[in-house]
Design a protein around this ligand. Sequence first.
Ligand code: SF4
Length: 388
Amino acid sequence: MTATSKPNLAGLSLEKLRVLFADMGEKPFRAQQVTKWIHQRGVLDLDAMTDISKPLRDRLKLTTCISLPRIVDEFASADGSRKWIMQVASGSSVEMVFIPEAGRGTLCISSQAGCSLDCSFCATGKQGFNSNLTVAEIIGQLWWANHELGGFGGRLERPVSNVVMMGMGEPLLNFDNVMDAVTIMMEDCAYGLSKRKVTISTSGVVPAIDRLKDFTDASIAVSLHAPNDTLRSQIMPINKKYPIAELLRAVSGYMDSLGDKRVPVIEYTLIAGINDHRQLARDLATLLQDFPCKINLIPFNPFPQSDFRRPSSSAISNFRQILQEAGYIVTVRTTRADDIGAACGQLVGIVEDQTQRSSRHQRRRELVAAHGKEFDSTDNLAVAADSV
Ligand code: SF4
């Protein structure tokens, strides 16, 4: 399956398929038929789409394509999680992870090959950026997960019940493609996931959050990771451009637009000695006191390019307790799939870096090793906010 310049039926939302069929002089219901074949039944061969007439199938073969990315490797964790590596058209590889839990199965999906934002606790950020994924490359991850897990073929309960856009990349920097892919995820005649079961996780691209309500009503998670701008700017360069107050204002606006009782999830990666101090938990409780939310604490998952450390169990527990005593619903994310490098913050794939960031990080580490200087774990953050 290779990409061509023809419209790719696998990457078109129902609305865009309707336009395509209208332009062909065909009835709009054809869009629903094709969507069902591809995304509900897992069929990619036009000749197998038996409720579409042969002449129309022949026309579609000439003028369109059905193309999904290729799976090039896969790993199974001892805890039942699965990781697949997919090659995308830009030549890079991206990763997606399926995490089964009691009563649900969550698929963590990538939106970009690499990432320009260089958050200091994230392996993807160390690789620099190569490309935005196309709609077919994003929705293709859900298609492949269903294919590999037996989710096609009329099963009432599909193995993937939840999708989180928390894999490689910042989803809101690939806005249009992510919006179309999320729309397909939630389409009844495609995957039929509810707005509560599709979560877009963002590091805080404020102008994009402001636009979100015009395109989707999916759930949202916010990577916060620090309760003040000084610390957040050190570990997340994007904060220099969009500070915390602006971020919370934009997220509140989006939540108001939803008109239901959902609240955003605040993601907070706990890094030993960096942002796990008890006073920072108190500061976080104060910061969020007028911001309805749930808080998800994620103990840092080590990866080779980082000297950050995971906090002790007692530090995690203290941080959690302070927030709970302040009245917040707090969860601590259980580490899953770290034996296959698929835990939170560990996803890497193979990225043809266009930013030189991966080589800069490598040079810095070589210099530090050669000169014996202490590695300053908040010193590696420099540059990316400018590229937002
Ligand atoms: S945490 Fe997300 S936004 Fe930050 S570098 Fe990693 S992929 Fe990019």
